[in-house]
Design a protein around this ligand. Structure first.
Ligand code: KIV
Length: 263
């Protein structure tokens, strides 16, 4: 087994797993120092490409950004989202997952649960492709956000789904927008780590979309804590630059090139 995955599995019930998304090298390089898992999420569709949902991201987009992220990573587990439409059936899922693994040298893929697609997880794992599951609010398949796990019946269905994903061989599972009771019960009754987003602190780890927690995306649902307001920092810097260019205060002599010195 991939040693990095082994380390993640060993964290269950011991220490919290830290995870964030990245789409490019410079951000990945910073996150890598602190994260256990870096996800190249299809959330890039909203965050980077300005789409309304995650549906239009292609395999090529995901691969391209993963190649960039890979350049910034030394120690974190690198997981890549399989785009919508890339795992409609076992054959295409296997072909596309193999392509992602081969072209990017990532550690595993993530796919969202839909109907009985845990059979796809089973096939990928059998072919030695590590898989992270994803249940609850799954933006590739559910149009509208809804908190899930609101009563015993809903929790039972979610737990069954999680257990099937575990049985299929996934090494972990994202719980997106579940009640704390659902997250607690699933986390307690599975042997693989649960990674929560909007699903309380009962999960084995947490993930957020990096641009959200940095205050850059403009998308801040209740479960997102903004650790910094990059939007306003960038605006301040841009304003200052604009003023200095207009007033001919930038560039000063200090920034002139002379001789052979470039840096
Ligand atoms: O695409 C993504 O960033 C994700 C996380 C929100 C879990 O799937």
């Amino acid at each position: 087994m991939n040693l990095k995955i082994k380390k993640i599995l060993l964290k269950k019930n011991k220490s919290k797993i830290v995870s964030l998304t990245a789409y490019s090298k410079n951000i990945a390089k910073i996150l890598d120092k602190y994260c256990d898992i870096i996800l190249v999420g299809d959330s890039m569709a909203n965050v980077l490409y300005g789409h309304e949902n995650t549906h239009k991201i292609s395999l090529q987009n995901i691969i391209q950004h993963t190649l960039s992220v890979q350049k910034g990573i030394q120690k974190s587990l690198l997981v890549v989202d399989m785009p919508k439409g890339s795992y409609n059936n076992p054959r295409s899922a296997l072909k596309n997952a193999k392509t992602i693994m081969k072209k990017t040298n990532c550690d595993g893929v993530k796919l969202e649960s839909y109907k009985n697609n845990f059979k796809i997880i089973e096939l990928l794992v059998k072919k030695k492709i590590p898989v992270m599951g994803h249940i609850g609010y799954t933006p590739q398949f559910k149009k509208k956000f809804r908190l899930e796990g609101n009563n015993k019946k809903e929790i039972k269905v979610l737990l069954k789904e999680a257990k099937l994903i575990e049985k299929a061989g996934a090494f972990s599972i994202v719980l997106e927008c579940l009640t704390y009771e659902a997250a607690r019960i699933i986390t307690k009754n599975t042997t693989i780590p649960t990674i929560g987003i909007g699903s309380s602190s009962y999960c084995d780890g947490q993930i957020l979309v990096t641009d959200d927690m940095l205050g850059l995306s403009g998308f801040y649902p209740k479960f997102v804590k903004k650790y910094v307001n990059l939007n306003s920092l960038i605006e301040k810097a841009t304003k200052k630059y604009t003023r200095e260019v207009k007033l001919k205060k930038f560039p000063t002599k200090k920034y002139f090139l002379n001789g052979s010195r470039f840096r």
